[in-house]
Design a protein around this ligand. Structure first.
Ligand SMILES: O=C(O)CCC(=O)C(=O)O
Ligand SMILES: [Fe+2]
Length: 356
């Protein structure tokens, strides 16, 4: 689901051996050279990341609601990232999604290889991954993944058998929460009620499930789980197994993220930047690895309908005097990004309208 920033992320096809197996080999003392990703991991700890209390956003008390809407607007504008609490999705669903996803990675390699990516439009994909950096070198990532399209059509690997129901429940509940957040965002942008639902065709919105598995790494300062990138879509939801690793960029500086149990980390994606005509920036983030513990993250990317043509909202263009982005069919954007035809430039850069 990742878009690109400094480098182009691609799904491995032919070199599809899993990093988990490599990390578990008893002789591994250092990373193979193809995993070397020179980077500066200097990072700050934020005193507090923005928090949005979902229960207050749906509160019948108008003061509570408008205060929370205001906090949501601030989080989207200033950070493009927030910790969502009291979202109403039961803890058992979040825990179930993590543990069933973990079981997926324990499957034999031949089972996971059934979902080796052959085309960007494959609804289920699994593998490890690599990037082509700006010097045209391929660098392998220290992570395995599985991804599947879960809405408007639901796809999911057949194994482990409990994955399907868990992912279904988590994705369905998350879609409702995402839609309420998006309606709040529409209000914050001063758009007519219902405009965002209609323009982005949210009834048939695209949703992608992804699980990322980062095994312990003997040289975490030389490798990367996922390099800096932005996400396609409107809002990405992320949960994890309590092991740190997600870092976000804010005002040019990198920050570690932390989140209380049972919360969801939410970030704004490329399509919210486009739709808001640049008011809400798609936040750049990366996943780093460590020597000690396996990290797993489960991600739901919430987008517009596959056939919705997403561009800046009409009213915002009128207000701003011009559109800052070209419009593009949502699924074309997602699949072009996944097909990795372009290097260096991000997908978002490609649809920015340049100043004359
Ligand atoms: O695992 C993480 O924390 C980051 C995952 C991510 O950025 C992605 O899947 O796009
Ligand atoms: Fe991401």
């Amino acid at each position: 689901m990742a878009a690109t920033a400094n480098s182009q992320i691609i799904s491995s096809t032919t070199e599809n051996s899993f990093v988990k197996a490599l990390a578990e080999s008893s002789t591994l003392k250092s990373i193979p050279t193809e995993f070397t990703f020179p980077n500066d991991y200097t990072c700050s700890n934020p005193n507090s990341l923005p928090t949005v209390d979902f229960s207050l956003l749906i509160s019948p008390d108008p003061d509570q609601r408008s205060k929370t809407l205001h906090e949501l607007a601030g989080a989207c504008e200033q950070w493009g990232f927030f910790v969502l609490v009291n979202h109403g999705i039961p803890e058992s669903v979040l825990k179930g999604a993590i543990s069933a996803s973990l079981e997926y990675f324990d499957l034999p390699a031949e089972e996971k290889r059934r979902y080796e990516a052959k085309s960007p439009s494959d609804p289920i994909k699994s593998g490890s991954g690599s990037v082509i950096n700006t010097n045209n070198h391929r660098i392998h990532l220290w992570r395995d993944y599985v991804k599947s399209y879960v809405h408007p059509q639901f796809h999911c690997p057949h194994q482990p058998t409990n994955l399907r129901d868990t992912v279904y429940e988590f994705s369905e509940k998350s879609r409702k929460v995402a839609r309420t957040l998006l309606q709040g965002i529409g209000e914050n942008l001063g758009l007519e009620k219902g405009y965002i639902d209609e323009a982005l065709k949210l009834d048939t919105c695209f949703q992608l499930y992804a699980a990322n598995y980062y095994p312990p790494c003997p040289q975490p300062d030389q490798a990367i789980g996922i390099p800096p990138h932005t996400d396609h879509g409107l809002l990405t939801f992320l949960i994890h197994n309590g092991v740190a690793g997600l870092q976000i960029q804010h005002n040019g500086e990198w920050f570690d993220t932390n989140s209380p149990p049972n919360s969801i980390l939410v970030n704004t994606g490329d399509h919210l930047e486009i739709f808001s005509n640049g008011r809400y920036k798609s936040v750049k983030h990366r996943a780093v690895v460590n020597t000690e513990a396996t990290r797993i993250s489960v991600v739901l990317s919430n987008g517009a309908a596959p056939d919705a043509v997403v561009g800046p909202a009409r009213e915002l263009v009128e207000r701003d005097g011009r559109a800052l982005y070209h419009s593009m069919k949502f699924i074309d954007y997602v699949e072009t990004m996944t097909s990795n035809l372009r290097m260096g430039k991000t997908s978002l850069d490609c649809i920015k309208i340049q100043d004359e």
